[in-house]
Design a protein. Structure first.
Length: 249
């Protein structure tokens, strides 16, 4: 089964990209607050979220993560644009409730070993741009203890390089590495092409493709969202915790 994971790109404390109405291409609402965007995607039945921070790590980042974690009830992964200077910053990230951490490809063997030792290899992923993938690199990361890699494409890449992805999927199967794909899927057909590569790729992380309604099922969601937004305001489209304020045994 191919897991579809929506992503939220965050810069200067706000979400990048707009949510568009299905038919008229009208902007339904910016939903610029990261926690609001997370609640919108959760109401659209997201089972996990991937946060991409474009800024360098700062104290506000943990506050944003905590607000999102308190707003939804699903696993959250994050991607950092650069390596923190201190492993203690990574510990601070994980302590904020993150399920999985995506590190850039320039992470040293020592840094990866420390992360895997402290957080387990289930929680640490390295992101590699498609053009930089090689057998030697994948084998080195495998030797470091990693069991998952994220192959990244430019978000504006609209043509899926399926032949290259097939080669990487075969390599992943050969060396026992699980693979995620970040961006590059902008149609139902492309989604099925990736699903056909399983067990090479088992998850796809989508960004602008979801914002722009690239998939048939989104028409129902976005038409309903526009109607709800027009009649009852932005809050009508946001997920609410059904157990909020309910006493727990």
């Amino acid at each position: 089964m191919l897991l579809i994971i929506p992503s939220i790109t965050i810069k200067d404390g706000h979400c990048i990209g707009k949510i568009w109405h299905h038919t008229a291409r009208e902007n339904v609402s910016d939903y610029k607050k990261p926690e609001d965007r997370a609640r919108l995607l959760r109401k659209e039945n997201a089972k996990a979220l991937h946060l991409i921070f474009e800024d360098s790590w700062n104290t506000e980042t943990c506050d944003i993560i905590e607000r999102i974690r308190q707003s939804v009830d699903i696993p959250i992964s994050i991607a950092l644009p650069s390596l923190p200077e201190d492993i203690m910053l990574v510990k601070q990230i994980m302590a904020s409730g993150i399920y999985r951490l995506f590190l850039p490809s320039n992470a040293s063997d020592n840094f990866l070993n420390l992360c895997i030792h402290d957080f387990s290899r289930q929680k640490v992923v390295v992101s590699i741009s498609l053009g930089n993938v090689s057998r030697d690199l994948l084998m080195r990361l495998k030797d470091d203890g990693l069991i998952r890699l994220c192959i990244t494409l430019p978000e504006n890449e609209r043509t899926l390089p399926l032949d290259k992805l097939q080669e990487i999927a075969a390599l992943g199967r050969e060396i026992g590495m699980r693979l995620s794909l970040l961006f590059g899927v902008y149609s139902y057909g492309a989604l099925m092409d990736i699903a056909g590569l399983a067990p090479g790729f088992d998850s796809v992380i989508l960004g602008a493709a979801l914002d722009e309604n690239s998939f048939p099922c989104q028409g129902i969601w976005r038409d309903m969202e526009l109607k709800a937004y027009t009649q009852n305001g932005a809050e009508a489209n946001l997920w609410k915790n059904p157990l909020e304020l309910v006493p727990h045994i």
